[in-house]
Design a protein around this ligand. Structure first.
Ligand code: ADP
Length: 229
């Protein structure tokens, strides 16, 4: 099967530090791939270069047939809708409800005035409610993000990515701020969603046991070099 996400030859240096050295990977639909590596090994740099939150010095990234590395402006924004992102620190709007936070996941598809006024389309709201249901938070839709537990906040972030209906989910240390039991439940949820929705998931982790337990395939990052396990 053709990979949904394909990166090749990604390199990034910060001054004298080579953060990423000629990294290549591919992830198929419904595949859960983890990138395992210690702190400072280059995982975030890889993640950020794939989503083009950081400009790589060289290399290519394709999602389907779209060349993420060479698009600009509106075309890049449109292509980015195919990439959902989940961060260690959840990145939620603290004072807004779980539902509002998920609705912002439709940003790329929603005109700015709707976001500013909160007048979302009913099909967007339905999709956001479905996403919150899928992560087990139906009872918390109106609860403010900063009153949710860490695990619940990460579930909202996953729901936000789900509502975006992306083909790829990039998760950068999504369970690093969570206790071990919650980490396991969040990774189980992500894996379930990956399989149910045919999402291509790339998830960075620093815990070998979790990487082995949840991944279809483990890649190892060391000193900016990515290799198969
Ligand atoms: P990880 O996510 O595995 O902890 P990072 O990708 O954050 O690793 O970092 C890889 C290397 O690149 C580290 O040596 C880090 O200090 C360096 N680095 C990352 N981001 C920057 C930056 N914005 N400026 C300078 N150095 C950076």
């Amino acid at each position: 099967m053709t990979p949904v996400l394909q990166a090749s030859g990604l390199s990034k240096r910060y001054g004298a530090v080579v953060a990423l050295r000629d990294a290549s990977l591919s992830v198929r639909a419904g595949e859960f791939v983890t990138v395992l590596g210690p702190s400072g090994s280059g995982k975030s740099t890889l993640f950020r270069c794939i989503a083009r939150l950081t400009e790589p010095d060289s290399g290519q990234v394709h999602v389907g047939d779209k060349p993420i590395h060479s698009l600009e402006g509106r075309e890049l924004a449109r292509a980015r809708r195919d990439i959902g992102v989940v961060f260690q620190q959840f990145n939620l709007i603290r004072r807004r409800s779980a539902l509002d936070n998920v609705l912002t996941g439709r940003l790329g598809a929603t005109p700015f005035w709707r976001i500013a006024t909160g007048l979302f389309r009913s099909d967007d709201v339905d999709r956001a409610l479905d996403a919150l249901d899928a992560v087990g938070l139906s009872a918390q839709v109106d609860q403010r993000a900063d009153t949710l537990s860490g695990g619940q906040q990460q579930r909202v972030a996953i729901a936000r990515a789900l509502a975006q209906q992306s083909r790829v989910l990039l998760a950068d240390e999504p369970v690093a701020s969570l206790d071990p039991a919650t980490a396991v439940s969040v990774l189980s949820l992500m894996r379930g969603i990956c399989k149910a929705n045919g999402l291509a998931v790339l998830c960075t982790l620093h815990q070998p046991d979790l990487a082995e337990r949840f991944a279809d395939r483990v890649l190892v990052m060391q000193n900016g070099v990515l290799r198969s396990n």
